[in-house]
Ligand binder design. Structure first.
Ligand code: NI
Length: 192
C-alpha cells in the first residue's frame, strides 16, 4: 500500500478525458493500484477519489460514501469501500439532490450542485467482474462527482466564471492551503 500524491488545480492532467481500462489490464496490478488509491482517499481524508486525481488517466475510481444517521442526528461513516472501473450511467432519476461539494483536487472550494438523486451504473471491479447497481442520495452524488473527473471536469469548471477565476487567482497567489483547515470547519461535507 502506498499513499499517492493528489494533483490539484490547475494541473493539466485534471482536464484530460480518461480512457477505458483494457481487458488485459484487469487483475492483481489493477487491484493494487485501486487499493493505493483507497489508502490515499482515506488518508486525505476524502470519500471519493478518481484515478486522474493521482495522474492515472484510466476510467476508475474509489469511493466510500455510505452514511448512516445516528439517533442523535450525527452522521457516521461506515466503512464500505467500492472500487469502480469503467463506470457507465445507464439510468438516472428525474428528481434531483442538491449537495454542497468539495474536492480533494480543489482545496478550500465549496459549491452547491444539483444532480440526479438516483443513478443506475454498470461497472467492473478490479478483477473484471460485472456489476449493475443503483446509487442513491449521497453515494450517487459522490459517484457522479468522480465520474466528472473521468471526463476532465472539476467543480470549479461547473461553478460561475467569476467564482472560478477568483479561485484560480488565489491559487496563483499561493493563498490556497496557506491557512490550513480553518475555513473548512464551516463545511460539514467531506471532499470528493
Ligand atoms: Ni473531486
Amino acid at each position: 500500500m502506498a499513499i499517492l500524491p493528489i494533483l490539484t488545480v490547475p494541473h493539466p492532467l485534471l482536464l484530460q478525458k480518461a480512457r477505458p481500462v483494457r481487458e488485459d489490464e484487469f487483475g492483481e496490478a489493477l487491484a493494487k493500484r485501486l487499493s493505493d488509491m483507497a489508502e490515499t482517499m482515506y488518508a486525505a481524508p476524502g470519500v471519493g477519489l478518481a484515478a486522474p486525481q493521482v495522474g492515472d488517466l484510466r476510467r476508475m475510481l474509489v469511493m466510500d460514501a455510505t452514511e448512516e444517521k445516528e439517533d442523535d442526528g450525527r452522521r457516521e461513516q461506515a466503512k464500505h469501500l467500492q472500487l469502480v472501473v469503467n463506470p457507465e450511467i445507464v439510468e438516472r432519476s428525474r428528481d434531483k439532490i442538491r449537495w454542497e461539494e468539495g474536492c480533494l483536487s480543489v482545496p478550500e472550494f465549496w459549491e452547491f450542485f444539483e444532480r440526479p438523486r438516483r443513478v443506475r451504473v454498470k461497472y467492473r471491479d478490479a478483477l473484471g467482474a460485472h456489476h449493475d447497481e443503483w446509487f442513491e442520495g449521497f453515494p450517487a452524488v459522490v459517484l457522479q462527482h468522480e465520474m466528472d473527473h473521468l471526463e476532465g471536469v472539476v467543480i470549479i469548471d461547473k461553478a460561475s466564471r467569476l467564482k472560478r477565476s477568483r479561485y484560480l487567482k488565489k491559487v496563483k497567489k499561493g493563498v490556497i492551503g496557506a491557512e490550513s483547515g480553518a475555513e473548512d470547519d464551516e463545511h460539514e461535507g467531506a471532499s470528493l
